[in-house]
Ligand binder design. Structure first.
Ligand code: NAD
Length: 257
């Protein structure tokens, strides 16, 4: 995969899947723009590490993806955005009746509305450049549901719809828009929902991993951030020029059930 000469902006990329995608893109020669809402020395060091390890340009841009204006400012501050990966995401696990409204609003804002804002801001320059890629990180939970994750599942179903509309509105340009639907990947986001899931199901940590998370993943293995990065890089390659508007599952067979 050769992404030399391209600049990729990856939202929510100081951790987990976003960082894995940034590293795979850099390995393929792309310049990368990392992002999160924080602004620490560690955040900037991640970009410096990528620049050093892969010989590309890399920078870190702080922007809070729960705020529409900051989503749009991220694209402006990136300087260039040939590839946009909408990856920032949070989770909250609670029964519908007890689901805190502020958590609902935050999840819809970060996991769904941010992609509307960044995509709207990035498309004009992609059209002008005559090339562009939008990769939205959805979830197996964009195609199917589980109890206690109402906001997340609504947002992830929503982002697959947004992906399809983006694909149709760019279909005659050399721009594609696709979603990746990971199954469970053992990142900080998944780690953080283990305690609440233990509470909801009254189970031990081992039982939550085995009997709740990987129960629906027929491979019985977590997917990896490297696999997400490789899939995203493929979707940005010339082999994927005619792949647009799809949701690619990387879930060990979960959604085949
Ligand atoms: P993670 O917690 O490691 O990463 C989430 C990233 O989003 C972090 O970089 C975090 O800083 C960033 N973020 C959170 N709030 C933000 C905000 N307001 N502004 C900017 N950045 C913000 O989790 P992850 O598992 O790597 O998740 C990445 C994406 O993959 C999410 O969209 C998630 O829904 C999706 N996903 C994850 C899994 C999984 O099993 N880990 C499965 C399916 C989908």
């Amino acid at each position: 995969m050769d992404l030399g000469g391209k600049t990729a902006v990856i939202t929510g990329s100081n951790s987990g899947i976003g960082l894995g995608i940034a590293q795979q893109f850099a390995r393929a020669g792309a310049d990368v723009v990392l992002n999160s809402f924080s602004n620490t020395d560690e955040d900037h060091a991640l970009a410096a590490d990528i620049a050093r390890d892969f010989g590309v340009n890399a920078k870190y841009v702080q922007a809070d993806m729960s705020k529409g204006d900051q989503c749009r400012q991220l694209i402006a501050d990136a300087g260039r955005c040939d590839i946009l990966v909408n990856n920032a995401g949070i989770q909250h696990v609670a029964a519908l009746e007890n689901f805190p409204p502020e958590k609902w609003d935050a999840i819809i804002a970060i996991n769904l509305s941010s992609a509307f804002h960044t995509t709207a801001a990035a498309l004009p320059a992609m059209r002008e450049a005559g090339w562009g890629r939008v990769v939205n990180i959805a979830s197996a939970h964009g195609l199917t549901a589980s109890p206690f994750k109402s906001a997340y599942i609504a947002a992830k179903h929503g982002i697959i719809g947004l992906t399809k509309t983006t694909a149709l509105e760019t279909a005659t340009d050399p721009i594609t828009a696709n979603a990746i639907c990971p199954g469970y990947v053992l990142t900080p986001l998944v780690e953080s929902q283990i305690p609440d899931t233990m509470k909801e199901y009254d189970m031990s940590r081992e039982d939550v991993i085995k009997n709740v998370m990987l129960k629906r993943q027929p491979s019985k293995e977590f997917a990896t951030v490297e696999q997400m990065g490789g899939t995203a890089a493929f979707l940005c390659s010339e082999f994927a020029d005619q792949i647009t508007g799809t949701a690619v599952s990387v879930d060990g067979g979960w959604t085949a059930l």
